[in-house]
Design a protein around this ligand. Structure first.
Ligand code: GDP
Length: 461
């Protein structure tokens, strides 16, 4: 495919030692030649591919030197987009890198839309859609583990698996077709049913296995939604502050998600915690009153992890017991805080109320017990559930939704055959399964979806 030449600043906005202006397209080298003066006089087309060159960016209109640069020259198709690419490494701040960008735009490049480089990689057939989405995940990865999941996906593990399943469905469909066309044997119908059921069940099991990884995958991608609850003054804000200060707070900026609750991200031993409603904790004193309101109930219901804080230096109250009641059956870590003060709490009763929840004691004011708490969080999350680093996780909600639909469709095929409905109905369901799986890797997706997906990328990627 032939496209115009696009350009963007590919490094984050802000002060940095280096900033990169990237160009991609068949005019990239011509535009580069217009603005770049290196040691060699020759054109970029003559440079060896994948080499880097020292020189200056010069405004061809004024002859003025704009920036001292290193330019990487990469010839398509062995590039990210499969097009000719140049990357201008500028070493100045925001102003000079912007000047370089303006200059290449003036000389024939067009400003890239967000994600357009990756979109070209997809449109030029270098990567499939799930791999393109993995690039986006990688940019946003909040922990090392999340990054591994994205990397695996980018390497095409999910795509390969999906392709294998689609192939199996195709073979099954072909098999059925042949049997319908050549009904030479008396038992052909029975045989067809048998093959269809066996293959469909196998594909269904694989799909369901993938769906089961999605919970972990989603948490790795989006963070473990965590709510801190407890009576006023037990130390909720202190806990929040310790978690945020001890751990690298993660900045997130996900376009298109407006939430009415304020969130903060922290990385606790590889587990990304999304601390929900932190503003509420910081500003509202009466948590019990807030539990009463519907929204807080909703927040609790959607939480993956509850941190229930109690006061060691105070007796258990009816409200404390109500809180235990409200979080029954959820993943809860009970934190008994203020152990530096004289004990008043009935710890045996706390143990009884806690049932099988983990129990941690802290003196947050003295920064004690935070290690134990972090240990409890990571053991809760990783307990037997994350299997080795080379698992294929499904973490993207678009993929999860498609897998769920595919599972439904193939189950209908299976049910139909089991109940003796005509075979061509099962064929329809199987074909539908095949199509749904295809949407994951982008084999049968709508153009508008592609536009929307890529527009979520950051600029310059
Ligand atoms: P919240 O109302 O649940 O958010 O509680 P805060 O975090 O605001 O804490 C209430 C008060 O208890 C503050 O004055 C804290 O400094 C204090 N506090 C928090 N943790 C501890 C602790 O471990 N020991 C002692 N002695 N005081 C603490």
């Amino acid at each position: 495919m032939e496209f115009d030449t696009i350009a963007a600043i590919s490094t984050p906005m802000g002060e940095g030692a280096i900033a990169i202006v990237r160009l991609s397209g068949d005019q990239a080298f011509d535009i580069g030649d217009k603005v770049f003066k290196g040691m060699k006089g020759s054109s970029m087309k003559e440079f060896a591919s994948h080499t880097i060159h020292y020189g200056h960016i010069i405004d061809p209109d004024t002859g003025q030197v704009v920036e001292e640069v290193m330019v990487s020259v990469m010839k398509g198709p062995k590039t990210f987009t499969r097009e000719d690419i140049i990357e201008i490494n500028c070493h100045g701040g925001l102003v000079s890198v912007n000047k370089v960008l303006q200059l290449v735009l003036k000389n024939g490049a067009r400003l890239a839309e967000p994600g357009e480089f990756t979109k070209r990689a997809f449109l030029n057939g270098r990567i499939d859609l799930s791999q393109a989405e993995a690039v986006m995940d990688l940019i946003r990865a909040k922990t090392d583990r999340a990054m591994n999941v994205a990397l695996n996906q980018m390497e095409g593990r999910l795509s390969n698996l999906i392709r294998k399943l689609r192939q199996e469905i195709l073979e099954t469909l072909a098999h059925v077709e042949v049997n319908i066309d050549y009904p030479e044997y008396d038992d052909v119908e029975e045989m067809t049913h048998h093959v269809l059921l066996e293959k469909s069940r196998r594909v269904r099991d694989e799909i369901d296995k993938l769906i089961r990884t999605s919970e972990q995958g989603k948490i790795l991608r989006e963070g473990l939604s965590t709510v801190i609850i407890g009576r006023p003054n037990v130390g909720k804000s202190s806990l929040l502050n310790s978690l945020v200060h001890e751990n690298k707070a993660i900045v997130t900026d996900i376009p298109g998600t407006t939430r009415d609750v304020i969130e903060e991200y922290v990385n606790v031993r590889g587990v990304p915690l999304r601390l929900v409603d932190t503003a509420g904790i910081r500003e509202t004193e009466d948590i019990v009153e807030r539990i009463g309101v519907e929204r807080s109930r909703q927040v609790l219901k959607e939480a993956d992890l509850i941190l229930l804080v109690l006061n060691y230096a105070d007796e258990l109250t009816f409200e404390d017991e109500q809180l235990f009641e409200a979080v029954k059956g959820m993943d809860v870590i009970v934190i008994v805080n203020k152990t530096d003060l004289p004990q008043k709490i009935d710890i045996d009763k706390v143990r009884k109320l806690s049932e099988n929840h983990q129990l941690v004691t802290t003196a947050l004011l003295e920064e004690q017990g935070i290690d134990e708490l972090e240990e409890a969080i990571s053991s809760l999350f990783f307990a037997g559930s994350i299997e080795g680093g080379d698992m294929t996780y499904v973490s993207n909600s678009r993929h999860i939704a498609l897998l769920n639909q595919a599972s439904l469709a193939i189950n209908e095929a299976i049910d139909g055959v089991e109940m003796g409905t005509p075979i061509d109905i099962a064929q329809i369901d199987l074909t539908r399964t095949w199509e749904l799986l295809g949407e994951i890797i982008g084999d049968s997706v709508h153009e508008s979806l592609i536009d929307q997906l890529f527009s979520q990328f950051c600029l310059g990627k």
